[in-house]
Design a protein around this ligand. Structure first.
Ligand code: AMP
Ligand code: ZN
Length: 301
């Protein structure tokens, strides 16, 4: 559900042909004007990650289904996950499938689950790649990918498929925690250089169900997740960048070790690229050619 303010912003974006609706909430095309801003911001994050010595990896927007199962994503976020199904039946069943499709009848049961799931967060496929002993000083990696979350909404800042630019660090606990703090400052400085009203807050993930509420409360209390929030199209500012400290979670699951044999800790940070872009259009106006003179060079780095 979108608030009237979110709906109004959505309609303005459509009116200026920045976003082109597909008919499904949270799935829209981007105009070149929108994409150009997104790419330029993405370039700024890439430059910061390169200066941090990050190794850049590239993944498709799907992960092995086994990875979704193994990481516990389905325990915490069963409501957000998307799995790919496909047709593997006989010719007779294929005719039944077409018949149902054209008759407007349900046909889901004629598909079977495949070995792939949609990527839920850009960093997920990175952890299995870290298996083994890390070099002295740990490793820093960087990825940018489309992520799927089943949260259909008329809020233009809540998409079902959106891009996340993440930087990931694996190493000693103190090093990982200090790294996350450095990136928080760095990210605030970047966003403020674009004249965004950016603030850091303690945050939690949208864990499913009643037990999930307790997990979220403890995550927040222990400071395992921060977010940078900015005003987009609601009274509550919206998260545009998240900083997560996973402790030993992924290190244990994927047997990522420090040179002394202990389990490595990991942290990640992720910019929601469509959200940053929307925040910029919200702040500076829907025609990027008319943005303040100081913002354009800041965006180009
Ligand atoms: P998270 O993994 O939930 O912390 O998300 C990382 C970042 O992705 C957030 O800070 C947002 O900027 C962005 N994000 C998360 N969910 C959505 C969504 N449904 N639509 C657009 N951006 C999102
Ligand atoms: Zn991550």
């Amino acid at each position: 559900m979108a608030t009237p303010e979110q709906q109004a912003f959505h309609d303005e974006l459509v009116g200026h042909r920045l976003i082109l609706p597909s008919g499904v909430p949270g799935v829209w095309a981007r105009s070149d004007a929108f994409e150009s801003v997104l790419q330029r911001f993405d370039g700024r994050v890439r430059a910061l990650a390169a200066a941090d010595g990050a190794e850049r990896l590239h993944f498709p927007p799907v992960i092995p289904r086994r990875l979704l199962e193994h990481t516990g994503y389905l325990d915490s976020f069963p409501h957000l996950a998307g799995t790919v199904f496909s047709f593997t039946g006989s010719e007779v069943q294929s005719r039944e499938l077409s018949r149902r499709v054209h008759a407007g009848e349900p046909w889901a049961e004629l598909q079977t689950q495949t070995d792939v799931a949609l990527t839920p967060a850009a960093c997920y496929p990175v952890y299995p790649m870290l298996r083994g002993v890390l070099p002295e000083g740990g490793r820093t990696l960087e990825v940018q990918n489309h992520c799927f979350r089943h949260e259909p909404s008329g809020d233009p800042a809540r998409l079902q498929l959106f891009r996340m630019h993440e930087v990931i660090r694996a190493g000693q606990p103190e090093a990982v925690i200090a790294w996350r703090a450095t990136w928080l400052e760095r990210s605030l400085a970047l966003l403020r250089s674009l004249e965004l009203d950016a603030h850091a807050v303690h945050a939690s993930d949208p864990f499913f169900g009643r037990a999930g509420k307790m997990l979220a409360a403890s995550q927040k209390e222990q400071g395992f997740k921060f977010e940078i929030v900015v005003p987009i199209a609601s009274e509550e500012p919206t998260a545009i960048c998240s900083f997560n400290y996973h402790q030993e979670h992924f290190g244990k699951l994927f047997e990522i070790a420090l040179p002394d044999g202990s389990v490595a800790h990991t942290a990640c940070l992720g910019f929601g690229l469509e959200r940053v872009t929307l925040a910029l259009f919200r702040r500076h106006g829907l025609d990027a050619r008319e943005w303040p003179a100081a913002v354009r060079p800041a965006l180009d780095g």
